[in-house]
Write a protein that binds this ligand. Structure first.
Ligand code: ZN
Length: 149
């Protein structure tokens, strides 16, 4: 199990170093700001819809390694998904990091996002890991701005 944890940690470090979709979408039709004052993570998520599908998604901002890696992997996970599928992933991710779901026994679509299951043991990090997802959710549902406090 510790080997698996190491692998997951590597995934997070790698995404922090080379975040995917780390840019602005000039003609985004949805955007939201997310703020985690506890850690100082602040990011903006941009979404370009293609009908009911997330055609393009990107983020900008600054934060700790976990918040950045999570945002990077979030963009990869939801690109090409319908809004409903993105909502479902958000729900599953949230349940995973808050311990409401056992990813080993309960069916889920998390895939690589399981790398963040370990934050469950670090309550202060849960907000870092879920910030980009809350922000995506706010963008998709036109909520504008969220703060994890
Ligand atoms: Zn953070």
């Amino acid at each position: 199990m510790s080997e698996l944890n190491e692998l997951y940690q590597e995934t997070i470090l790698e995404h922090n170093k080379n975040p995917r979709n780390f840019r602005e979408i000039e003609d985004a039709d949805k955007t939201a700001l997310g703020n985690n004052p506890l850690c100082g993570d602040a990011l903006q998520v941009f979404v370009k819809m293609d009908g009911d599908t997330v055609g393009d998604v990107a983020f900008k901002g600054s934060g700790c390694a976990i918040s950045k890696a999570s945002a990077s992997m979030m963009t990869q996970a939801v690109k090409g998904k319908t809004r409903e599928e993105a909502d479902q992933l958000f729900d599953e991710f949230h349940k995973m990091v808050t311990g409401e779901m056992d990813i080993e026994t309960e069916e889920n679509h998390l895939g690589k996002l399981r790398a963040f299951a370990g934050v469950l043991e670090f309550p202060a990090r849960v907000k870092c890991a879920s910030l980009s997802w809350h922000t995506l959710n706010a963008a998709l549902h036109d909520a504008g701005e969220i703060s994890t406090e």
